[in-house]
Design a protein around this ligand. Structure first.
Ligand code: ADP
Ligand code: ZN
Ligand code: ZN
Length: 696
């Protein structure tokens, strides 16, 4: 007898339909089974689905599935539900989400290669050779938090200062889950794995002695396809007890998932920026609930959403749905840095480093201490400019300037990648006097070398200045190498973008300086202050991690600003995240912004701005009646901040509603209109919906 089965495949064209196609099979296939199916002249990987039945097969002859992928147990019902939910919530097809979540080799290996891959014997697990690790006794705060996690359901927001020992809490929570259940699995997510190479080491060193070197696998985009398949299979089979990964790991198949940790939960890199634009943090909370796994979101500067969700009950209102756990103290005596603000209005025009700051830097370097200088702009100068005619280094393909990179003397567009050698003379008037405007990390590094040229280290050597940003770390392994140098003390002053502010444990840093932060104070993006505050708090957290060092030399964070009395800096000075959060949340509530409302964006790209906006405005008209009914606000289409990239015009339209449910309902019903409009707006190259967008 033949069976009709519905199979989820990646067919973007079907995104309005859901991605399930009907095939015939001689034998029944369990839902979740991986199969290969013919589509047109191609053969695709698919997942046997269930739940909704496909459209009744018409008289049309159904095609048979080509093969079943041997040796892979079916994906669980929970996994399929997670995919289904994510697809629905983020307005994509389930087939796209499902297939994107599977390692590419499952798709790319043909039957013969797959058979060979299966025959490969797993290597006998290497015995773990690391040194026996000293496991610290929990502090009182850690013990309290662990007891709360054990006694409650969660989800938990672990609000722990930088250096308060959050990682130790994750390790202990993981340990007790592993001990209680011989199959239990744990998912640990981090924003960017190469920025925190120590974390993987800490987990491995803690768990490998008892559970073997293979108990932990990594999942992130810099693995080779073969590694990714291997690790995915280890998690899927249940052999790997711990998966440590970036946002993509939220879709890891883990049949016995019991605990999910989202470290630095506020980090924007948890939001996927293409395809299904999911928030891995939000999906982690959903998945935890679905699988009955506990969820711990950890941060020293939580996202305002999570902070709001974890609000305690008041006389008039019940508590939020997360449980907030606090660890305010740093482990040991390591004090938080004293924040010093420099009023740049009182400095001579064009001052880069105030004299006070320079003196402080000189003094510390001479004593053998390390310094971080944070500037969130890479390259030498953001624009090159002609003093005669006013020419600027615009990108011919984008509405943006090309950045001057001095090292290879190029003008490089950071949006489309267009790169040219720096012209000898002004392309517009021939003037030879063209000069950089503004300053990036590359120039800052050069400038500092001049300013500190006469300073010697305690050993009499010249001081060493290094730079870490997306340019200096382009080559594989460079970032790790550079970080190791800083750790080893070979670098005295480290200049860099936000990459240097993340979870590194730089022991000898006693001074952090932040330059040019004012832009974020008055940005049109309502999340800019939140991002700046967390960046500065994280950066401040790099200083004073070594208690012995702080005793000798109290650490400092310097902020140079034209608005030193801004409330954001006041809160920073007090290291008072709650005060900052309360103030921001009040503003957001008054303006009915997230988390007091819910947003989605539709973005459209076309050869002309009129075409892009025309599509969006037509979509707005099509959805107007339903939006009215559901109290959803549809704003008019506007050009995006960077309106043109690589000769493509971009426009967007904001959708807002105070009810998440109503917004979801609207989006789900409006999809069909959007899809249908493709045929009447042929100039639109692509469009996409972004639910809970992070940047507007
Ligand atoms: P966070 O993740 O909150 O920044 P970590 O977990 O990295 O903090 O801890 C900061 C430092 O304190 C680390 O060097 C860690 O080994 C140490 N530490 C953490 N918990 C304890 C403890 N209970 N006793 C002693 N040292 C600890
Ligand atoms: Zn000119
Ligand atoms: Zn460009």
């Amino acid at each position: 007898m033949s069976h009709q089965i519905s199979v989820m495949v990646h067919t973007p064209a079907h995104s309005g339909i859901g991605g399930a196609l009907t095939y015939e099979s001689d034998t029944a296939q369990a839902p979740g089974t991986l199969v290969r199916v013919p589509l047109g002249s191609r053969e695709l990987l698919g997942v046997v689905w269930s739940g909704h039945h496909p459209e009744p097969a018409e008289a049309m002859q159904l095609r048979a599935i080509a093969s079943v992928l041997a040796g892979v147990p079916p994906l669980s019902a929970n996994w399929r539900q997670l995919v289904q939910f994510a697809a629905h919530y983020y307005q994509r097809s389930a087939g796209e989400v499902a297939l994107a979540a599977l390692p590419s080799q499952l798709r790319d290996l043909n039957a013969e290669q797959w058979a060979r891959r299966l025959k490969r014997k797993p290597k006998v697990s290497a015995s773990f050779e690391g040194a026996a690790q000293h496991i610290p006794t929990p502090t009182d705060e850690q013990a309290q938090v662990l007891a709360d996690i054990a006694a409650n359901e969660g989800p938990f927001l672990l609000f722990g200062n930088t250096g308060s020992g959050k990682t130790e809490v994750y390790l202990r929570a993981a340990q007790s889950v592993l001990e209680q259940n011989s199959q239990a699995q744990i998912l640990v997510m981090v924003p960017e794995i190469n920025l925190t190479p120590q974390l993987e080491e800490r987990f491995r060193a803690r768990f490998a002695p008892q559970w073997g070197a293979d108990c932990l696998v990594a999942m992130h985009s810099s693995l080779t396809p073969a590694q990714r398949l291997k690790n995915w299979l280890a998690a899927h089979s249940g052999e790997a007890r711990i998966v440590l990964g970036t946002r993509m790991a939220v879709f890891a198949s883990m049949p016995h998932l019991q605990l999910i940790v989202v470290d630095e939960e506020h980090d924007p890199s948890y939001k996927q920026q293409e395809g299904a634009r999911y928030s891995a943090r939000d999906l982690a909370v959903y998945r935890g609930q679905l699988e009955g796994a506990k969820v711990i979101l950890g941060s020293a500067t939580p996202s305002l959403e999570s902070w709001h969700h974890s609000r305690p009950a008041t006389a008039s209102e019940p508590a939020g749905r997360y449980m907030r756990l606090a660890m305010p103290s740093r482990v040991g005596q390591g004090a938080l840095p004293l924040v010093r603000r420099v009023d740049m209005n009182r400095q001579p025009y064009k001052t880069v480093f105030s004299n006070h700051l320079l003196d402080a830097m000189r003094e510390r370097v001479t004593r053998g201490e390390q310094i971080l200088v944070l500037l969130n702009r890479r390259g030498y100068a953001p624009v090159l400019h002609c003093n005669d005619c006013g020419w600027k280094s615009e990108c011919p393909h984008c509405s943006a300037y090309r950045v001057f990179h001095k090292l290879d003397r190029t003008l490089r567009c950071h949006h489309c990648g267009f790169t040219q050698p720096v012209p000898r003379a002004c392309p517009s008037c021939g003037n030879l006097d063209i000069s950089p405007l503004g300053r990036g990390t590359e120039q800052l590094e050069e400038h500092l070398a001049e300013l500190l040229a006469d300073v010697r280290r305690s050993d009499g050597e010249h001081i060493r200045i290094a730079r870490i940003d997306a340019d200096s770390t382009r080559l594989k392994g460079e970032l790790e190498r550079q970080l190791a140098e800083v750790h080893a003390g070979a670098v005295d002053v480290l200049v860099g973008t936000q990459m240097i502010a993340k979870g590194h444990d730089f022991r000898r840093v006693t001074l952090v300086a932040a330059l040019n932060t004012d832009g974020a104070l008055f940005s049109s993006d309502f999340r800019a202050p939140e991002r700046l505050f967390s960046l500065l708090m994280q950066a401040a957290g790099r200083a004073g991690r070594d208690a012995n060092m702080s005793l000798v030399s109290p650490c400092e964070m310097w902020v140079q600003s034209h608005h030193p009395l801004h409330p954001l800096f006041e809160a920073l000075k007090q290291h008072d995240y709650p005060a900052f959060a309360e103030q921001q949340l009040r503003e957001r509530e008054q303006a009915t912004l997230p988390p007091f409302s819910f947003q989605a964006l539709v973005r459209a790209e076309a050869r002309s701005q009129e075409a892009a906006q025309g599509f969006l405005n037509a979509a707005r008209d099509a959805g107007a009646a339903l939006a009215d009914e559901l109290l959803v606000d549809l704003y008019p289409a506007v050009p995006m901040t960077i309106q043109r990239v690589a000769n493509i015009e971009r426009a967007q339209m904001l959708i807002e509603c105070t009810s998440r449910k109503a917004l979801q309902h609207f989006l789900a019903n409006w999809q069909a209109d959007l899809h249908a409009m493709r045929s009447t707006h042929r100039q639109v190259i692509r469009w996409a919906v972004d639910v809970d967008p992070l940047a507007i």
